[in-house]
Design a protein around this ligand. Structure first.
Ligand SMILES: Nc1ncnc2c1ncn2[C@@H]1O[C@H](COP(=O)(O)OP(=O)(O)OP(=O)(O)O)[C@@H](O)[C@H]1O
Ligand SMILES: [Mg+2]
Length: 262
């Protein structure tokens, strides 16, 4: 049986003034797979994530999410609606509430799944009530233990190391119980040991059925964990395939000329 696609991009185009950041990009992401998006700086990778997560609206094209029978169109939906549909993300530049504790940051992720909604996260009284909710606390605790940040639960996020902050962001994204996770350069700034732990963690998430779309520059991370790789260059898809096939693709080698890792 062929893989079922969970995300389906068709001819997605996004322009910023004269710059075409994405030029008619099409590809599918199969359910339960790790698909990586690679490409040089400015290739349009983060713009692609912004279009999928509703931060930006593409000028042209379609983005379908969900298995075929129940597929929704994401274009025109607000970020909180897309989050509720089951897509969570992390950011290239970590975006945590620095003054809030690790636990509070992760709890904000659970709001997506409650009736209260994300806006209530800013109201202290609702926030307190929510934090006392057994369900949300339990979820946050389990995620912190899993990511080995439980000892840091009461520390303000800004006091953490870079690698620890990345793990808090990951926990916050997972707290919304997503079906698909979008990770924008999750290995950037991590130590060799942290990178290995991240790769093991991504594989474990895949094993549990999560679908992951990963932007990553480090080919030592991309190649071993990915089931499929999509290559962007100057906003256009220049190749896609298995990690092995993509590494041997002449246009990919050309786009990466000077990048020793390939
Ligand atoms: N909000 C914006 N306004 C104007 N131009 C933008 C905006 N966001 C991105 N761009 C431009 O779109 C192009 C693609 O940028 P994008 O950030 O998507 O690249 P990227 O592949 O994520 O690069 P990097 O590897 O450096 O993160 C670049 O030319 C960038 O300058
Ligand atoms: Mg980027």
């Amino acid at each position: 049986m062929p893989d079922e696609s969970l995300l389906d991009l068709k001819a997605v185009t996004k322009r910023f003034g004269g710059v075409t950041a994405l030029s008619s990009v099409s590809f599918e992401v199969s359910k339960g797979k790790i698909v990586s998006v690679i490409g040089p700086n400015g290739a349009g990778k983060t713009t692609l994530f912004n279009c999928i997560s509703g931060v930006l609206r593409p000028e042209e094209g379609q983005i379908g999410f969900g298995l075929k029978k129940t597929r929704d169109s994401l274009v025109g939906c607000a970020p909180h609606e897309i989050a509720r549909m089951g897509i969570a993300r992390t950011f290239q530049n970590i975006r945590l509430f620095g003054q809030q504790t690790v636990l509070e940051n992760i709890l904000t992720g659970t709001y997506v799944r409650t009736e209260a909604g994300l806006l209530d996260a800013v109201w202290p009284w609702t926030r307190r009530a929510h934090q006392e909710s057994h369900w949300a606390m339990d979820k946050a605790m389990r995620l912190m233990e899993r990511l080995e940040i439980d000892a840091l639960a009461d520390r303000p996020a800004k006091a953490l190391s870079y690698g620890q902050q990345r793990r808090v962001e990951l926990a916050r994204a997972l707290a919304s119980d997503p079906e698909m996770l979008l990770l924008d350069e999750p290995a950037a700034g991590l130590t060799v040991h942290e990178r290995q732990a991240l790769m093991d963690f991504l594989r474990a998430l895949r094993q549990e059925g999560l679908t992951i779309l990963l932007i990553e520059h480090d080919m030592k991370v991309v190649m071993p964990v990915s089931d499929w790789v999509v290559v962007l260059d100057h906003g256009a898809k220049i190749a896609e395939g298995t990690p092995d096939a993509v590494q041997r693709h002449p246009q990919v080698i050309e786009a990466y000329l000077g990048v020793a890792a390939l």
